[in-house]
Design a protein around this ligand. Structure first.
Ligand code: ADP
Length: 398
């Protein structure tokens, strides 16, 4: 069965068509600038050439129409008709406490997702628009919602509650939710597979280090803690997000810079992280690494602070699980940046970690990078959120 995976943002839409049996990607692409002038669709069949077409996309329905047209197109398409698409898997950012697992999308499910909109005002409405557009164009095809938050719903109360008046949790569901769940789940399972161990018997720490970055502690196959919180702003220093800060900074900066709370929040979300810390040098680690290697303070302080925070969380999660068997690095930086991995592991010798420097000097490969006698295994595992969504979707519809 072919599964269409849709990841719908407010002005963009990523898609992949995946054969659920062979787990091969058949085609993939991206619609950009939906509802904005200059919109374009990028489409690439597996092993084929990439096509970029600038064409008007006033809304998401038009974007999905173009995606379906590209997939079924006589010349470059990969399926003869829409009937060859057995199901659609939608990535949904926030499922609140309502969704601890993926689910078949029904009218009731859509209402329940809408009820989580306040928790992810930028993401959930966009995800819902994608679902709505697909249901219009493929009314008979089953749709599945796969939530970024679901994998983390197994966290115990002591991990997800904040030290705030309890009524805020009861009235407004203010608590830690965590994100990137599909990636944390995929990578931790893969680690157990690669090590030939039972997932249910392992203590695994997953470091998902991309533009957005988060860490999770996975004990006996269940997430027991994660670094992102009510929103994806908490935890690690990210591309442009601050991660953990003293909450008083918000008021302090608002007063000093004569800004509203909303304006300070925009700074924390869009102008902070490694971008802000490097004095706007870049949010991209490739640029930061060059600066680090040139011995510039901007690159040095930024990469050191980023890696330090990761190391601190790894130590905390080893404490949470009373030990750790494997530490996995994934996503853009985790997969491709040996320097960061090295700096993180430098302070973890006490856990029984020894990095094989030569093996660590690789980019983008699935690989064990610790020495054979390292007590804790360190691994690079490229994430594949689309495949994870396709698997979840297939499991529910087959
Ligand atoms: P997102 O959260 O947007 O999916 P990614 O997982 O793509 O982010 O991570 C983006 C980061 O990964 C950037 O800082 C970039 O420098 C880094 N990155 C991606 N590919 C490479 C590569 N081939 N070499 C070095 N760094 C890379």
């Amino acid at each position: 069965m072919n599964i269409l995976v849709i990841n719908c943002g407010s002005s963009s839409l990523k898609f992949q068509l995946i054969d659920a049996q062979t787990e091969q990607m058949i085609a993939k692409g991206l619609c950009e600038r939906i509802g904005i002038e200059g919109s374009q669709i990028v489409y690439q069949p597996a092993g084929g050439t990439k096509e970029e077409t600038v064409t008007p996309m006033p809304d998401h329905t038009k974007a999905i129409e173009l995606v379906l047209e590209a997939l079924t197109n006589e010349k470059t398409g990969v399926v003869k008709s829409l009937e060859e698409i057995g199901a659609v898997g939608h990535r949904i950012v926030h499922g609140g406490e309502k969704f601890a697992a993926s689910t078949i999308i029904t009218d009731e499910v859509i209402e329940a997702i809408k009820a989580c909109n306040d928790l992810a005002p930028l993401h959930n409405p966009a995800n819902l628009i994608g679902i709505d557009a697909c249901r219009k164009l493929m009314p008979k095809t089953p749709m599945v919602g796969v939530f970024d938050t679901a994998f983390h719903q197994t966290m115990p109360k002591e991990a997800y509650l904040y030290g705030l008046p309890y009524e805020y949790y009861e009235k407004y569901q203010v608590r830690r939710y965590g994100f990137h769940g599909t990636s944390h789940s995929y990578v931790s399972k893969r680690a157990a597979d690669l090590l030939g161990k039972k997932y249910e018997d392992m203590k695994i720490i997953v470091c998902h280090l991309g533009n957005g970055a988060s860490i999770s502690a996975v004990e006996n196959g269940k997430c027991v803690d994660t670094s992102m919180g009510l929103t994806p702003l908490e935890g690690l220093i990210m591309g442009t997000r601050s991660g953990d800060i003293d909450p008083s900074i918000v008021e302090y900066i608002a007063q000093k810079e004569n800004k509203s709370i909303e304006e300070v929040m925009t700074v924390l979300n869009k102008k902070s992280g490694v971008l802000g810390l490097s004095d706007n040098l870049s949010s991209d680690f490739r640029d930061l690494e060059k600066s680090y290697n040139a011995g510039e303070d901007r690159g040095l302080r930024t990469i050191r602070a980023f890696s330090y925070r990761v190391m601190k969380y790894v130590g905390a999660y080893a404490a949470v699980m009373n030990g750790v068997d494997a530490i996995c690095f994934t996503a853009g930086v985790g997969e491709n940046n040996p320097l960061v991995r090295d700096l993180v592991c430098e302070h973890l010798g006490y856990l029984g970690i020894t990095l094989d420097k030569e093996k660590n000097d690789t980019r983008g490969e699935e690989l064990e990078i610790s020495t054979p006698d390292s007590k804790v295994k360190v691994m690079v595992i490229p994430t594949n959120e689309e495949l994870a969504i396709a698997r979840e979707t297939f499991a529910l519809v087959q």
